[in-house]
Design a protein around this ligand. Structure first.
Ligand SMILES: [Zn+2]
Length: 378
């Protein structure tokens, strides 16, 4: 068995301790105080494991972010591991509980498990004094679950300097497949302004914002294309005041997913340039494709093959798959840097109450990442 895997298996209970410390420090994206506390724990963990090169990037409205650098001199080339410490869970919303080999709790799978794996992968490399010609930058942000507006530039800046990007986000259920493909995503807001009037006395004088919005929704859905992997969801609508008033205002929130980079501009233009259906209404639409897809290109397949081979040496078959969800890996892939995602723990239930990881598998995922980093670091 590999030296690294052996070492990590011996440390299974310590790995669990790290994950518990990070999970107990609950960190809903919108609560800066809590996210900062979680960041402190992460920082302490890294410093006690590796000891050096920690940069805290202070943020005003979201949690502070961290750049950890693993290196024994000042190599210029780098590998990048990206993660986020914020979760979708409000404080106290989800209890932490252990049931046999399963650990349940807020963010254990998405993605404090991934942070834990990365910390321990680096600790294992340090343990055996493995350094190479490239440094490893571990970038941990604080707003991934709310769109990464406060970290996107930083992620792209670090990715530009990197030979490859590794994303220990949650893996694909149930067998822990890694993600070699992710959809791109965009959000749009459609506002309609109509002309209000009395629904009885002046029934024909108004212009209903709600009616216009209804036509818009039907028309928008026509842009979806299952075969091409383009989906459109109008997830929130609101409008009107009373049943006897012709609605002056109506609003829709729209989510768009794409699978190819070149679909982005086309779909964006189609959404932003809407036809009008009801005379007298006014349409205003804002938004954009925020994340390009992570496309399964040759470079990504090459990365996957490396991971697959390491897994085979550890005695299991590592599968690959695609995800409809976007992650910060979409940014790095979007600028052409080879990116492999879904390297996080074996588990399931991201963003729902069954969120869990398999404890005894944590050493395997940490060893997988450690050995891949070792290979690319040389
Ligand atoms: Zn995540």
């Amino acid at each position: 068995m590999s030296q690294i895997l052996n070492y990590l298996k011996e440390n299974e209970s310590n790995i669990l301790d790290t994950l518990l410390r990070l999970t107990k420090a609950e960190s809903p994206s919108h609560n800066k105080v809590l996210v900062d506390q979680c960041g402190e724990i992460l920082r302490n963990e890294y410093e006690s494991f590796i000891g050096h090169e920690v940069e805290c990037i202070e943020k005003e409205s979201v949690g502070n972010q961290y750049k950890f650098t693993y290196s024994n001199n000042s190599e210029s080339e780098q590998l990048l591991v990206i993660g986020h410490m914020d979760t979708v869970w409000d404080e106290g919303a989800l209890p932490i509980k252990q049931d046999g080999d399963l650990l349940y709790g807020p963010g254990v799978f998405d993605m404090k498990g991934g942070l834990t794996i990365t910390l321990w992968a680096l600790k294992a490399l340090k343990e055996f004094n493995y350094f190479g010609s490239k440094k490893i930058v571990f970038l941990v942000t604080s707003d991934e679950e709310i769109g990464s507006a406060h970290s996107k530039d930083l992620i792209i800046q670090e990715a530009k300097r990197s030979r490859a990007v590794f994303v220990p986000e949650s893996s694909i259920e149930p067998d822990g497949a890694v993600k070699t493909e992710r959809k791109g995503a965009g959000k749009f807001l459609l506002k309609v302004e109509g002309i209000s009037s009395h629904a009885g006395i002046n029934a024909w004088d108004g212009a209903s914002a709600i009616e216009e919005l209804a036509y818009q929704i039907i028309d928008l859905k026509k842009l979806a294309n299952r075969d091409e992997g383009i989906s459109i969801n109008v997830g929130v609508v609101s409008g009107g005041t009373r049943s006897n008033v012709i609605a002056k205002e109506a609003v829709a929130e729209i989510d768009v997913r794409i699978t190819k980079k070149d679909q982005a501009e086309v779909i964006q233009n189609q959404i932003l340039n809407r036809p009008q259906f009801i005379a007298g209404t006014n349409i205003e639409i804002t938004g954009e494709i925020e994340r390009f897809p992570l496309e399964r290109n040759e470079q990504v397949v090459e990365l996957y093959e490396v991971f697959k081979e390491i897994a085979a040496n550890h005695g299991y078959d590592l599968k690959e798959g695609s995800s409809g969800g976007a992650s910060d890996g979409n940014f790095t892939s979007g600028i052409g840097v080879p990116t492999i995602d879904g390297l996080g723990p074996l588990g399931g239930g991201a963003h729902n109450e069954s969120e869990h990881v398999y404890i005894s598998n944590l050493p395997y995922r940490a060893a997988l990442l450690a050995e891949a980093l070792l290979k690319y670091m040389k």
